[in-house]
Design a protein around this ligand. Structure first.
Ligand code: ARG
Length: 280
């Protein structure tokens, strides 16, 4: 099956405010927008080269973080659950994403969450297979959000198991995709362990193999990566140790992308990509 993703051009991307949960953002250290657009284009082109189907969400003026489309929501077959963002600065993104999804895939059923159920899409949620979904909560997504997602998914398929992962409040690894990437073909989680409560790590160990990276690698966003296929991974950065490990799992094509300008907003490769189907 061809991989299908969404991306959103960084036309209006900028750092003009601070978000309390994200200490990467500093309006005095603004991204170079032209360079960001170049970096985004490189990633976009590379996705096309990997024969990925890429649909592009129209960016909206004044929604500076909309390019981080991984946070838009959670797709499941013919359904899409739209995010309900923690920070008011990002809340309006959902209505534009909904409009796009309606136009683009008319037959998909869209779900909106209740006000108290906070959820930030693939920033905090990862499908392990058709029936297992892990969702981190405690920073952006909350437990009400996790429960709401589980309730919705249950109406489609009672076999779906949602595994909640409690996260330590912190302002650097504020989304699951900043500290975990699931290497689906090797049933292995590459994680930075600090942001997880021990209970969360225990749960991961029951679901697969857990390999940890160090703080230096984590701060270079090594976990903010996307598995493109059984051989290829897109990453913002990789050290030799990680490359060797990935090679040993059969991921022999490791492509790295300079994400310097997006990291000034606390994002990298995975944040710029929303994956439309669970791993196969
Ligand atoms: N500045 C954005 C925010 O804090 C970055 C989002 C990064 N996205 C991600 N999937 N980690 O909301």
């Amino acid at each position: 099956m061809q991989k299908h993703i969404l991306m959103c051009k960084p036309t209006y991307f900028d750092v003009r405010y601070k978000l309390s949960t994200n200490s990467w953002m500093n309006p005095d250290n603004k991204p170079d927008i032209q360079l960001a657009q170049w970096q985004w284009n490189e990633l976009y082109r590379a996705c096309l080269e990997e024969v990925v189907l890429v649909d592009v969400v129209p960016p909206q003026p004044n929604l500076l973080d909309m390019t981080f489309v991984a946070n838009a929501g959670l797709p499941h077959k013919d359904t899409f659950i739209l995010s309900n963002y923690f920070h008011p600065e990002r809340r309006q993104e959902s209505q534009h994403n909904a409009e796009f999804l309606r136009k683009m895939y008319g037959n998909r059923q869209l779900w909106f969450l209740a006000e108290n159920a906070l959820f930030e899409g693939e920033g905090d949620a990862v499908w392990l297979n058709e029936h297992q979904l892990i969702i981190a909560y405690g920073v952006r997504t909350n437990l009400e959000g996790v429960k709401a997602i589980a309730r919705i998914l249950e109406t489609y398929d009672p076999k779906i198991e949602v595994v909640p992962l409690p996260m330590r409040p912190n302002d650097k690894f504020y989304h699951l995709d900043t500290c975990l990437v699931y290497l689906s073909h090797a049933k292995t989680f590459l994680i930075y362990d600090y942001p997880f409560f021990p209970e969360a790590i225990e749960k991961l160990k029951h679901l697969g193999r857990v390999v940890t990276v160090d703080k230096e690698a984590a701060e270079k966003f090594i976990c903010n990566s996307v598995v493109m296929n059984e051989k290829t991974i897109f990453m913002p950065w990789a050290n030799e140790r990680t490359k060797d490990l990935l090679n040993s799992f059969g991921y022999t094509k490791i492509r790295t992308f300079d994400m310097s300008e997006f990291m000034k907003s606390g994002g990298a490769v995975k944040c710029l990509i929303l994956e439309m189907q669970p791993p196969i």
